[in-house]
Design a protein around this ligand. Structure first.
Ligand code: GDP
Length: 590
């Protein structure tokens, strides 16, 4: 029973994730009403789409309901199956993310590890960047997430405990601990993953590894060689020194965890990269956690599934099976699966399809696949009216670029104007995107995605502006310009003259004929003025006619006396001051 009728405000129980249609029926409201309310809050969701609990709570309370969390049923998550009994399974490779402050050498270190440990041993080296690679140290493999910095962060933030076992925190020895270093450490600690600090650039002049150790101690990370438990390794990504020791240390801290996997049987794991490939369709790199993923398997990831058409390893080599710890690129998906989703295999196509349509799991509520109110937009909604928003619908080629884009767009704002992403997704621009954009009055932005000519003409029929980009900064520059145009122009007023009224000759409804002496400045026909009586401004007007010595005059200078005809809705009295001014509007930029 979803409804509790004993309280004044109807109380509705909602699970972590709920379909829009189901939510409407629990509220006993027409679904269009719920969709409308979602839209007002910047969530474009159709009847068949899912929203998360927080969104349902906001929408529900807007509609006059009290929303309470429904007790979650025992999660039948594949992850639960992943739990191994004591002693069961075999040691699997640790999964490592490299994090740290910008320019401290994350990319260089990933390259150095890759080339030191793989390229010279494997003929042909590495040809593919699939989001992860493996190196062998002695008899043991280590898997590195080779993601752009930002993704490594969100991987840890959202999926840390499932995706990463060890975080290498890179600190440049000549620069020390920086804000992003602290953030990386915090994320790693929150995710409960093991840490190894790589003190990089020790080849550089000005390198001061001891200072880095002192700074780490100040953060509560006492280095091992100082009696603490934080492992630090001095390296130079450039010279290739210290890399082997670093790998040994990674294995050492990984052994503090019980990293075992079931080596055979149905496969489970995580999607670590995904994109739409022009030739191959939806492509994803998965990291196998348990079992063996084989060509021909039915793999379910969130709401989509694949009959695995091909498997490719990080060297670009076709493989027939991938074992635990291995990253592998998979083709054959029906749609692009989202980054961070767990996957598991099913026995056949029918069960895979069913699992995909039924698979809205608790942890997926946190992913982008489910429509939700962006928390940063909520505060906007509250202060609505103050901030003008530029609505955009964003489509990007891969999850990684989408996330970076959304992060950049969130920064495009000030107190008056902001970009508001009303919908976003991975994949080419579709008809529904154009429709959403039209409904929301939004600009449709494509990043590295295609727009078919039929959709192009649909967009132009629907008056939807579509912009396509390949470079993030071009996109942000354009949007910054657009926002600048939305900013109210800066108004600059200059005082031009102060005239004291010494005679009022005729007053009609809309005009006054009067005379006076210009106490300061210079005035001419057409200028606007304010009427100042005592200290107060009591009205305004425009100077229509000007006379000096009964002669038509173009201008009057300080100290001169003149007659005037002015347009004003106010009265003008003896002793009033007419304060003349000019007004200039200057465009502002964000
Ligand atoms: P990221 O932003 O953390 O990925 O940093 P990068 O790997 O792009 O490195 C930033 C800069 O530092 C580049 O110019 C690198 O060549 C340089 N760099 C990286 N590692 C080292 C190192 O060990 N020694 C020296 N001297 N320079 C390095």
């Amino acid at each position: 029973m979803a409804q509790d009728t004993t309280t004044a405000t109807p109380k509705i129980f909602v699970p972590e994730v709920i379909g829009v249609g189901e939510f409407a029926s629990r509220l006993d409201l027409p679904v269009t009403k719920v969709i409308g309310e979602l839209m007002r809050n910047g969530v474009m969701a159709t009847i068949n789409e899912q929203i998360d609990y927080d969104t349902a709570a906001v929408i529900g309370s807007d509609l006059g309901f009290e929303i309470e969390p429904e007790a979650a049923p025992e999660a039948e998550a594949p992850v639960a199956k992943a739990k191994l009994a004591e002693g069961e399974g075999e040691i699997r490779p640790p999964v490592v993310a490299v994090m740290g402050h910008v320019d401290h050498g994350k990319t260089s270190l990933l390259d150095a590890i890759r080339s030191a440990e793989v390229a010279h041993k494997e003929a042909g080296g590495i040809t593919q960047h699939i989001g992860a690679y493996q190196v062998k140290r002695g008899e043991r493999w280590i898997t590195f997430l080779d993601t752009p910095g930002h993704e490594a962060f969100s991987a840890l933030r959202q999926h840390g405990a499932r995706m990463t076992d060890v975080a290498i925190i890179v600190v440049a020895a000549d620069d020390g601990v920086k804000p992003q270093t602290k953030e990386a450490i915090r994320h790693a600690q929150e995710a409960g993953v093991q840490l190894v600090v790589a003190i990089n650039k020790i080849d550089k002049e000005g390198a001061d590894p001891q200072r880095v150790r002192t700074e780490l101690t100040e953060l509560g990370l006492q280095p091992e060689d100082w009696g603490g438990s934080t492992v630090t390794v001095e390296v130079s990504a450039k010279a290739g020194t210290g890399i082997e020791k670093l790998l040994d240390m990674v294995l050492l801290v990984a052994d503090l965890e019980d990293l075992r996997a079931r080596p055979t049987g149905p496969s489970e794991g995580v999607v670590i990269e995904s994109h739409l490939d022009a030739g191959q369709g939806p492509v994803a790199t998965v990291l196998v956690r348990h079992g063996q993923l084989r060509q021909g398997d039915y793999l379910v990831a969130g709401a989509t599934y694949a009959k695995v058409r091909s498997l490719t390893d990080f060297r670009g080599k076709r493989i027939t099976a991938a074992d635990p710890g291995m990253p592998a690129m998979v083709t054959g998906f029906k749609a692009v699966p989202a980054f961070g989703f767990s996957y598991h295999t099913e026995a056949n196509e029918k069960t895979a399809r069913e699992a995909a349509s039924a698979s809205v799991r608790r942890d997926q509520a946190k992913s982008l696949g489910i429509k939700k109110i962006d928390a940063s937009l909520l505060s906007d909604a509250i202060s609505a009216g103050r901030v003008s928003e530029l609505n955009v619908v964003v489509k990007a080629d891969v999850q990684g670029s989408l996330e970076s884009l959304l992060e950049s767009l969130a920064k495009l704002r000030n107190d008056e104007v902001a970009v508001k992403v009303v919908a976003s997704g991975v994949g080419d621009i579709a008809e529904s995107d154009v429709t959403f954009a039209r409904t929301a009055g939004a600009l449709l932005i494509g990043f590295n995605v295609a727009l078919s000519s039929s959709l192009k003409s649909l967009a132009s029929r629907e008056s939807v502006t579509v912009r396509q980009y390949r470079v993030i900064y071009e996109l942000t520059d354009d949007l910054r310009d657009a926002l600048s145009q939305m900013l109210a122009p800066e108004v600059i007023e200059t005082e031009l003259g102060d005239l004291e009224v010494l005679g009022v000759f005729k007053t009609t409804k809309a005009a006054v004929v009067c005379g006076g002496t210009l106490r300061s400045g210079r005035i001419e026909k057409g200028l606007k003025f304010r009427i100042k009586r005592g200290a107060e401004i009591i009205g305004a007007g425009t100077l229509n006619g000007l006379q000096k010595d009964k002669q038509e005059a173009r201008e009057v200078f300080e100290g001169e006396t003149c007659g005037m005809s002015v347009a004003t809705a106010n009265t003008i009295d003896l002793g009033d001051h007419l304060m003349f001014y000019s007004r200039e509007e200057r465009a502002r930029s964000l």
